[in-house]
Design a binder for this molecule. Structure first.
Ligand code: ATP
Ligand code: MG
Ligand code: MG
Length: 545
């Protein structure tokens, strides 16, 4: 079953069969410098998924080695996202910063076996010395320092005797290596900065390449799964763990293709720019590709898990069509949510031959949704329909209400137009209509044929709601950043009308507004006095049509 699901499962399976590991331990290792996005969801699903498929464990580890950009609020956002997706990291969240003492000791050990040295050239010189793809690098003159000198300097770096950039600790590997990453990579740099957890204890911080493999080792990770851009870092990963001659078993790194989605940016740096520049209303803005954004918009965790599963695990980078994600949420909601009536752009209709009022029985669910539940829809002589659902000069194929074409009111009667009322500017302000008493939905004996049923609300009973219509945040397929923002990504309708049962019965938080799309009661701004709904997704893929 899970054995051959993808190439990662195959590797894990082989490693268990060969006895290389007794237990599978993976980790999801984000840097807490932003909210997690849909790409992280993919990584979460892979790491937690493999752990669960092989009855192992997955750590949630904050890769917090960069003090200037990290913050507790991002740690909380990461925890929220992982638990919302339904995964369990066990008792404690892990932090690389908890291993700073151990990582420091490993650095000292490398110095002692003459495999690391303190370099003191400036950045420009260091870049020059590194060489190019076609030309070997030159080792710094400081690489000849004695072990004692290096030990002394490294300790003084730790003690804060030097300024940022004055010295670095480098691995002594090979300045001629074809893999440029192996040309004496940096292990530590000086950074006088406050760390959100370690405080001011440290003014030197380990680099990713040094901290990551050691954190994996310290946590007994068996399979360290990361994205393809770390392929060249794998040699350093192996070099560090092998050179330190650590007790086995030790972890190995495996790469998979990063998830990319069209019309979406997924770099945390760019997402931060959108938030800081107030181009969106925070990290959980429903237009953001963050997990918090999808959640606030009304996506279900099932739709995200299903999406991650559908796209699979690949070894080569590719672009996924955002329509596939939209398909996943539409498909999930279609099977679950109640259908209700709303009017976003109301046009008054007075049914002149109707007196009094009544309540129409209406099921919340269509026949193909295996759920029970119905409500009463109030009806009276004054209703509102969608402005779009009336046309005085209809084009061919227009099936809704016209001066000569009747239409059915969903769950109610068939009506026809008697008169069109306009204001002095020629705008239609009201339709005078008549209804057919024997055409009631479910007991129609009128014999009148209509081509469509439209949504409507009773003017007296309807509730006013705010509706937020979201479109894609970026207007082109491969957006770079703010210059590609879609200026119409948010449209707020303040006075939409909704049938009262939605507000009073609260049968669900997500609804299909018939013929409009799927909507979600905004978890933050919604109140009974001022209901607010977010558009989750349209009913069909209308992009570009
Ligand atoms: P970004 O560049 O988007 O800011 P990152 O890789 O710097 O992302 P991390 O916090 O370091 O972000 O990522 C944590 C984990 O999530 C890493 O293992 C990383 O490989 C994985 N990850 C990040 N983005 C994606 C993506 N688009 N698809 C799959 N996995 C991803
Ligand atoms: Mg990273
Ligand atoms: Mg990054």
């Amino acid at each position: 079953m899970s054995e051959n699901k993808d190439f990662l499962h195959a590797i894990v399976n082989e490693d268990l069969n060969s006895g290389k590991y007794k237990e599978v331990i993976t980790r999801f290792p984000p840097e807490p410098n932003g909210f997690p996005h849909i790409g992280h969801a993919k990584s979460i699903c892979i790491n937690f998924g493999i752990a669960s498929d092989f009855k192992g464990h997955c750590n949630l580890r904050m890769d917090d080695t960069n003090p200037t950009k990290e913050d507790t609020k991002y740690v909380e956002a990461l925890k929220d996202a992982v638990s919302w997706l339904g995964f369990d990291w066990g008792e404690n969240v892990c932090f690389t910063s908890d291993y700073f003492d151990k990582i420091y000791d490993y650095a000292v050990k490398l110095i002692k076996i003459n495999k690391a040295y303190v370099d003191s050239v400036n950045e420009e010189q260091m870049r020059e010395n590194r060489g190019t793809v076609t030309q070997a690098g030159v080792r710094s003159k400081f690489a000849n320092r004695t072990i004692e000198e290096n030990l002394d300097l490294f300790e003084r770096m730790k003690n804060g005797e030097f300024k940022d950039g004055e010295h670095v600790l480098r691995a002594k590997i090979d300045m001629g290596a074809a893999n440029m990453k192996l040309r004496d990579p940096l292990l530590y740099r000086i950074r006088h900065a406050h760390h959100f957890r370690a405080g001011d204890k440290w003014c030197i911080y380990p680099m990713y390449d040094f901290a990551h493999c050691l954190s994996d080792y310290i946590e007994n990770v068996s399979h360290s799964i990361c994205t393809l851009e770390f392929e060249n870092n794998r040699d350093i990963y192996n070099w560090v763990l092998d050179t330190l001659k650590l007790e086995l078993p030790r972890p190995y790194q495996h790469e998979f293709a990063r998830l990319g989605i069209n019309y979406t940016v997924m770099s945390k740096r760019k997402l931060l720019e959108l938030v800081d520049g107030k181009y969106v209303n925070g990290w959980d803005d429903p237009r953001m590709p963050t997990i918090a954004g999808y959640k606030r918009k009304g996506y279900t965790k099932e739709s995200i898990l299903n999406f991650c599963d559908q796209i699979g695990v690949a070894k080569a980078n590719s672009m996924v069509d955002v329509a596939q994600l939209e398909f996943c949420i539409r498909d999930d909601l279609n099977k679950k949510v109640p259908r209700v009536l709303t009017v976003l752009d109301p046009l008054k209709v007075t049914i002149e031959n109707y007196e009094g009022s009544e309540e129409l029985d209406a099921s919340y669910y269509p026949h193909d949704v295996p759920k029970e539940g119905s409500r009463k829809v109030p009806f009276s002589r004054e209703i509102f329909i969608e402005r779009d659902d009336f046309s005085q000069n209809p084009e061919k194929g227009y099936f809704r209400l016209t001066p000569t074409q009747a239409v059915r009111l969903r769950h109610g009667y068939i009506i026809s137009c008697k008169e069109v009322i306009k204001d002095s500017d020629g705008n239609i302000t009201e339709i005078k209509a008549e209804y057919y008493p024997n055409s009631k939905s479910g007991s129609d004996t009128s014999g009148i044929k209509v081509k469509s049923a439209i949504q409507w609300v009773c003017s007296k009973a309807a509730k006013k709601v705010e509706v937020r219509l979201y479109d894609r945040l970026f207007k082109n397929e491969a957006p770079e950043g703010i210059e590609d923002l879609n200026p119409n990504s948010l449209k707020v309708i303040k006075n939409a009308l909704i049938e009262p049962a939605v507000i009073l019965e609260k049968i669900d938080e997500r609804f299909q507004f018939e013929r409009q799309g799927y909507f979600y009661a905004d978890p933050i701004d919604y109140s009974d006095e001022k209901p607010v709904f977010n558009k989750i997704v349209g009913l069909k893929d209308s992009w570009g049509k």
